[in-house]
Design a protein around this ligand. Structure first.
Ligand code: TTP
Ligand code: CA
Length: 369
């Protein structure tokens, strides 16, 4: 594979920074953006927090009540998420970022990969200047700071972006990859979660460098061929995944909180069907068809469960959607004894309606004219 230069741009404490942009007086205070579940005043989880609040140990995923405890007697600001507002800012920034890339791939609301190989002529000095320009332009035009990692592939760029936050710029040249990765804990590698981290620790592997030295055959024995090989390559900073342009969203989903925890299918479906209606109208708006349907259940202990089904042929039919959602919830309740606190539905494997029409037309060798 040809040498590449890839950047990962990640917006800093994104939701909370959007709130600061809307109201600059917040900047000096701890800002905590929350998903309120609506049960009691403080039930729900922290979505994100600014770096002032992080100093007190407040971070994504902790209960709001715990965040309040940590910020007791401190002039902190708790705000509900305003996803539409963040999405607007994100859209504008992504458009700007896209203009700096040969190839552009947005991942999530506040991150994007930019392949800049051609426009920097494979030169890391030019890539560094480009990254500085991007940071400057995002700040002056959109009033937000970001952290950028630059490296020979997505894997290295992503880890590099994470290493000096907020407002960071980290360059890792190909010859520096090994020394950059080797002291890091294995947890930094995408795909290494808590479980894998524990397993690796029992094998005496804590750092990426130790993983790189570990016998690849043993890794394959422990994790299977696919994952074992991936971990081995990742530890060496090898990654051939291209920066992939995506024109359509990957999925459309809706989730909502039930009035009380339940295993009652009728109650669950009553809520889920409303979510299906929402998703369906979004699909119509964007002229999208789907091939996969998933359901999500967040249990009382906040564990997340899901079930999915993929069809052979894409559809946009609302009845099929609802019927599948019903089947999946029935299946889930039959297999598990958890009580649902929040339920969600999702469609994925999306395509434009027109594309399907084109495929059919080409396949049969005729057109409408
Ligand atoms: P992140 O990029 O993971 O976090 P961040 O932007 O808040 O902070 P930083 O990058 O500076 O470390 O997530 C982006 C947004 O996604 C975040 O602002 C809020 C949302 N989010 C959640 O709602 N719940 C979560 O558990 C996480 C991790 C993020
Ligand atoms: Ca971020």
């Amino acid at each position: 594979m040809q040498a590449r230069i890839v950047m990962l741009v990640d917006l800093d404490y994104f939701y909370a920074q959007c709130e600061e942009r809307r109201n600059p007086a917040l900047k000096s205070k701890p800002v905590v953006v929350c998903v309120y579940s609506g049960r009691t005043e403080d039930s729900g989880a922290v979505s994100t927090a600014n770096y002032v609040a992080r100093k007190y140990g407040v971070k994504s995923g902790i209960p709001i009540s715990l965040a309040k405890k940590k910020l007791k007697d401190i002039d902190a600001v708790f705000l509900p998420v305003d996803k539409e507002f963040y999405k607007e800012i994100s859209d504008r920034i992504m458009e700007l970022l896209r203009s700096y890339a040969d190839r552009f791939e947005q991942v999530g609301i506040d991150e994007a990969y930019l392949d800049v190989t051609q426009r920097t002529k494979e030169n890391y000095h030019e890539a560094e200047e480009l990254a500085a320009t991007i940071k400057h332009d995002v700040l002056t035009q959109q009033k937000l700071t970001c952290s950028i990692g630059v490296g020979p592939n997505k894997l290295v760029a992503k880890i590099a972006s994470d290493i000096q936050k907020p407002d960071g710029l980290t360059l890792v040249r190909p010859e520096e990859v090994k020394s950059f990765l080797s002291p890091l804990p294995v947890r930094r590698l995408v795909g290494v979660g808590k479980k894998t981290e524990k397993k690796l620790e029992t094998l005496g592997v804590r750092t990426v460098g130790q993983l790189a030295m570990f016998d690849v055959q043993r890794l394959i024995e422990v994790f299977g061929r696919k994952l074992g090989t991936y971990f081995h390559n990742a530890s060496l900073g090898i990654d051939d995944e291209p920066v992939q342009e995506r024109s359509e969203p990957e999925s459309v989903s809706r989730i909502s909180t039930l009035k009380e925890d339940t295993r009652d299918l009728a109650v669950i479906l009553d809520e889920a069907y409303k979510l299906c209606d929402d998703v369906h109208s979004k699909l119509l708006q964007r002229r999208l068809i789907y091939r996969s349907v998933s359901i999500y259940i967040v249990a009382g202990d906040l564990s997340v469960h899901s079930r999915s089904k993929t069809f052979e042929n894409p559809t946009s039919d609302l009845e099929t959607f609802k019927k599948t959602v019903k089947e999946l919830f029935e299946k889930f309740l039959g297999e598990s004894d958890v009580e649902a606190r929040r339920v969600g539905v999702k469609v994925s494997n999306l395509n434009k309606k027109e594309e399907l029409q084109k495929q059919i037309t080409n396949f049969f060798g005729f057109s409408k004219h």
